[in-house]
Write a protein that binds this ligand. Structure first.
Ligand SMILES: Cc1ncc(COP(=O)(O)O)c(C=O)c1O
Length: 461
C-alpha cells in the first residue's frame, strides 16, 4: 500500500511548483456577493476600483469565472526561493497524543517574513511594478503582512509605505525594524499624516489603533499620491487566489502518496490562508468529486464566523473602502487585545462567508490560553515555534485527533501551519508567567458592533 512509508516531510520538486493559481469562485454555484460602491450601492466596477488597486489585481478581484490563472514566471521565480513548502507528517505529535489519527501540516513559515503572506505580497508587488507604479501602501496589524510586502517591494524596487497599528508598532519594535531593513517606510496608525487619521485621533485621543483604522489611512495615502496603489494582505478574493498555491501544493503532495484527507483545518483572520489551503479540495467538493470536512478556527475574542452576522459591511473603520458582504462583527467592533493580532479583523473573506453560509464549511472559536497551551505542546513535540495565529489551527487539529482517540477512528487530518512565532515572544512570556486571560465578548458587546452595520434593502440575510 502506497500509504505505508510516508516521510516526515513530503517535498515537491521545483518543477512541481504550481504553474497556475486556482480560482475557487469559478466552481461556486452561489457566487460570493459583489463588492458594492458605498455611495451608489451598485456593484463596484473595474473603473471604480482602478484608483485604489492595480489593474490586474482588479481583474482578478472581479473574476468569478476563470478557474485557472497563469502565475507569471517572475512570480514563480520568486516562489522558487522558498517554495514548494513542505507538507509535514506529525508522527511525533500523533505518538504523544496516542491517537490513531494521521496528522499532516503544511508549513508556510520557511521564509524570512515568517508566514504565508509572502505568497500574495510577491504577486501584488509584481503587478504594481508591471503597471509602472512608484509604490504601494498598506496596513499591518501584527506585522507579518507588512514584513512580507516589504520583502516583495525590495525585490521589485518599489516604494512601500506601511501603516502599522500603533500598539503593534510600540510592542513589536523588531518587526518594525525588519520592515525598515527591507526599505519600507513605517508609520504608527492612527497618525496625523492623513485626514482620516487626524479625524480618528481627534475622536479617540490616545487610541492604540486598529486594523480598520490603518486600512483607512493606507487607502487615503495611496489615492492621494501619484503613482501609488493600495494593497491588502487578506480578505480580498485576489489574495485568496494567490494563496491557492498552499492548497495546490498540499494536494499534489498528498496525491503522491495516495493520501485522502478527512478533515482540513486552518486559522481564519480574513480567510486567505484557509481559503488557499482548502481551495482545490473545496473545488472537488463543489463539483461532487469528493467530500471533506473543513474547519475554520477563529479566536473566541473576535468570532466573526461563529457569532457574526452575514451582512454588507465596511471593510475599514473610516468607511472609505467598498462594502463587502461577509460574516462580520461590524466595522466599529474593536476586539479585546488578543495576542493573535492577525486574527483580529472584524470581517471574513466573502468567498469563505458564502461557503460557510451554504453549510460547506464549519467554524469553531477557541480561547487564547488553550491556543497557547497547544502551541507550547506542539513546539516541544514537533520543534517548530508556531505563530499564535497558526496555533489556533493546531488547537483544533489536536482536539480532532483526541476525538479520534476516543472513537478509535483513523482519520487523516491536515492543517495549515501558517507561520513562526519568533516575534510573538511577549505573548508567550505572558502565557508562561500565567498572566494571559481569555476574553469572550458579551452579546451586548457584539450588539454595539452590529448597530453600526449599514442598513439598506438586501444588506443582510
Ligand atoms: C501567521 C498568520 N497566520 C494567519 C493569519 C490570518 O490571516 P488570513 O486569515 O488572511 O490567513 C495571519 C494574519 O496576519 C498571520 O500572520
Amino acid at each position: 500500500m502506497a500509504n505505508q512509508n510516508i516521510p516526515y516531510k513530503i517535498y515537491l520538486s521545483e518543477s512541481e511548483l504550481p504553474r497556475q493559481w486556482y480560482n475557487l469562485r469559478a466552481d461556486m454555484k452561489n457566487k460570493p456577493a459583489p463588492l458594492l460602491n458605498p455611495e451608489t450601492l451598485q456593484p463596484m466596477t473595474a473603473a471604480d476600483l482602478a484608483p485604489v488597486f492595480c489593474e490586474e489585481l482588479v481583474a482578478q478581484e472581479l473574476d468569478d469565472t476563470t478557474p485557472f490563472i497563469d502565475i507569471p514566471s517572475k512570480i514563480r521565480d520568486y516562489y522558487k526561493m522558498y517554495r514548494p513548502a513542505p507538507l509535514m507528517r506529525a508522527y511525533r505529535l500523533e505518538q504523544a497524543l496516542g491517537t490513531p489519527a494521521k496528522i499532516y501540516y503544511k508549513f508556510e513559515g520557511n521564509n524570512t517574513s515568517g508566514s504565508h503572506k509572502l505568497n500574495s505580497a510577491i504577486a501584488q508587488a509584481y503587478y504594481a511594478k508591471k503597471q509602472g507604479l512608484k509604490g504601494v501602501t498598506t496596513e499591518t496589524g501584527a506585522g507579518q503582512w507588512g514584513t512580507a510586502l516589504s520583502m516583495a517591494c525590495a525585490y521589485f524596487g518599489l516604494d512601500c509605505k506601511v501603516y502599522m497599528v500603533k500598539v503593534s508598532y510600540e510592542q513589536k519594535p523588531f518587526r518594525r525594524e525588519v520592515m525598515r531593513t527591507y526599505g519600507a517606510d513605517v508609520t504608527p496608525s492612527p497618525s496625523d499624516t492623513t485626514a482620516v487619521g487626524r479625524k480618528i485621533l481627534a475622536e479617540f485621543p490616545g487610541t492604540g489603533g486598529s486594523l480598520g483604522c490603518a486600512i483607512s489611512e493606507a487607502v487615503e495615502a495611496a489615492t492621494t499620491r501619484e503613482g501609488y496603489r493600495y494593497v491588502l494582505g487578506s480578505v480580498l478574493s485576489q489574495v485568496m487566489l494567490h494563496q491557492s498555491v498552499i492548497g495546490l501544493e498540499t494536494k499534489a503532495a498528498l496525491d503522491k502518496y495516495d493520501i485522502t484527507p478527512d478533515i482540513i483545518i486552518g486559522c481564519a483572520g480574513g480567510g486567505s490562508n484557509l481559503g488557499g489551503l482548502i481551495a482545490p479540495f473545496m473545488g472537488q467538493k463543489l463539483r461532487g468529486e469528493a467530500d471533506y470536512r473543513f474547519i475554520a478556527v477563529e479566536p473566541a475574542s473576535c468570532p466573526s464566523l461563529t457569532r457574526g452576522k452575514y451582512a454588507y459591511d465596511f471593510c475599514d473603520t473610516g468607511m472609505v473602502c467598498p462594502l463587502a458582504k461577509m460574516y462580520t462583527l461590524g466595522s466599529g467592533f474593536i476586539p479585546a487585545p488578543n495576542h493573535a493580532g492577525g486574527l483580529r479583523y472584524h470581517g471574513m473573506s466573502s468567498v469563505l462567508s458564502q461557503l460557510y453560509d451554504d453549510g460547506l464549511m464549519e467554524a469553531r472559536s477557541v480561547e487564547q490560553t488553550a491556543v497557547f497551551a497547544a502551541a507550547e505542546q506542539f513546539a516541544r513535540i514537533e520543534g517548530i515555534l508556531p505563530a499564535p495565529e497558526s496555533s489556533h489551527a493546531i488547537k483544533v487539529a489536536v482536539d480532532e485527533a483526541l476525538a479520534c482517540k476516543q472513537s478509535g477512528e483513523e482519520k487523516t487530518i491536515v492543517f495549515g501551519l501558517t507561520g513562526t512565532g519568533y516575534f510573538d515572544m511577549t505573548a508567550y512570556e505572558r502565557y508562561n508567567n500565567g498572566e494571559m486571560s481569555d476574553y469572550i465578548p458579551t452579546d451586548e458587546d457584539l450588539a454595539r458592533g452590529f448597530a453600526g452595520l449599514p442598513q439598506f434593502p438586501g444588506s443582510m440575510n
